[in-house]
Design a protein around this ligand. Structure first.
Ligand SMILES: Nc1ncnc2c1ncn2[C@@H]1O[C@H](COP(=O)(O)OP(=O)(O)OP(=O)(O)O)[C@@H](O)[C@H]1O
Length: 333
């Protein structure tokens, strides 16, 4: 059972952690649609979740299931088509001036590709200090702080005078992480932070992230294809399929006893753990349906071994099947 990360739907009774710990970020029925060739594509579909301070939420699912759109909305880079995202209780789209500045220094991100996410014309010291400069002004960017940040991600102080292209992929991701922690954020969104890296250095970066998370007490949203990495990092995990959460549970419960047929398929496909073959599809029949024209009823039914007539008619709700363990399937369990 997770003791403090509560991703119960909003307006429900709090979990065993008690009501004292308010969520840091809370999403209530958040959707995002795009218009593609005059058709509506629902990239994220009525997602509700809440993350408490200091907790790590893992997000898994096949390519195209809405993970990136979800994290971009939490970063305020993308507007929800409907639903509300609250950060410390305030709708992030109601934030103005001071509140917005506070949001930008409290929420940061690390993206997949450290090659394109770092400005090649800036020295590393400018790159890592950019959020500090933007939020606190140039005077706050002192050499001591730069050295401290570089040290905390395992880079020498001399790295500050160099340019991003002078570093390997793993080192560049360390630079991106230093930038992400530079304002001491309370929430860091990590979107596939190790998938572009050589397998040999992924573990080092994961260990670094784990240590930084424990030391800083920041909450993380950890988005990844790699189920092993998500298990290692997360307190709680959500599994997404065609834009919606189909299962969410404390990490151990999800991995030891997955309940949704899709989660089971993902886990089977990832065993034995082999980071060189992260193809999540192999044990799940068929292709991902188009999000423009998703199946009626249960969105997973066209690929599901348990599918029955009811599944085409009725959309399963995300219901609690074990304590803190929710699944959107008529027949799970
Ligand atoms: N700006 C956009 N315009 C149109 N469709 C979009 C846009 N952004 C995302 N989509 C679509 O929304 C769906 C969800 O995409 P998203 O990138 O969030 O998924 P993902 O799970 O992060 O995938 P990946 O693991 O490949 O990054 C996909 O079908 C994608 O094509």
């Amino acid at each position: 059972m997770s003791d403090a990360l509560n991703i119960a739907p909003p307006n429900t009774i709090d979990d065993a952690a008690g009501p004292s710990t308010a969520p840091l970020i809370e999403l209530s029925a958040v959707s995002r649609t795009y218009t593609v060739r005059k058709a509506e594509l629902r990239a994220v579909d009525r997602v509700s979740l809440a993350i408490k301070p200091g907790k790590v939420l893992g997000v898994v699912g096949e390519s195209g299931c809405g993970k990136t759109t979800l994290s971009r909305m939490m970063l305020r880079l993308e507007t929800p088509s409907s639903g509300v995202i609250r950060f410390r209780g305030t709708d992030i789209w109601d934030l103005k001036k001071e509140g917005l500045r506070d949001f930008h220094k409290s929420v940061s991100a690390v993206f997949q590709d450290p090659y394109s996410s770092l400005n090649p014309r800036h020295r590393v010291e400018q790159v890592v200090m950019e959020p500090v400069r933007v939020n606190f002004g140039r005077k706050a960017t002192n050499a001591g702080r730069i050295g401290e940040l570089l040290h905390s991600v395992g880079l020498p102080a001399t790295a500050g005078r160099m340019y991003p292209h002078e570093f390997s992929g793993g080192q560049r991701q360390r630079i991106a992480i230093a930038r992400a922690i530079s304002t001491n954020p309370e929430l860091i969104l990590l979107d596939e932070p190790v998938s572009a890296l050589d397998v040999s250095i992924r573990a080092q970066i994961l260990n670094l992230l784990k240590d930084l998370q424990a030391a800083s007490g920041a909450a993380f949203v950890f988005v990844a294809h790699d189920l092993g990495a998500v298990r290692y990092m997360s307190d709680e995990v959500i599994v997404m399929y065609l834009g919606a959460i189909v299962e969410r549970a404390p990490s151990e419960a999800l991995y030891v006893r997955p309940r949704h047929p899709y989660t089971k398929g993902l886990l089977e496909a990832s065993l034995p753990p082999d980071p060189r073959s992260p193809n999540l599809n192999s044990s799940i029949e068929g292709d991902l349906p188009s999000p423009i024209n998703p199946p009626s009823g249960c969105r997973f039914r066209t690929r599901c071994p348990l599918a029955a007539e009811r599944c085409a008619r009725e959309e399963p709700e995300l219901r609690e099947i074990d304590f803190d363990h929710r699944v959107a399937c008529h027949y799970a369990g």
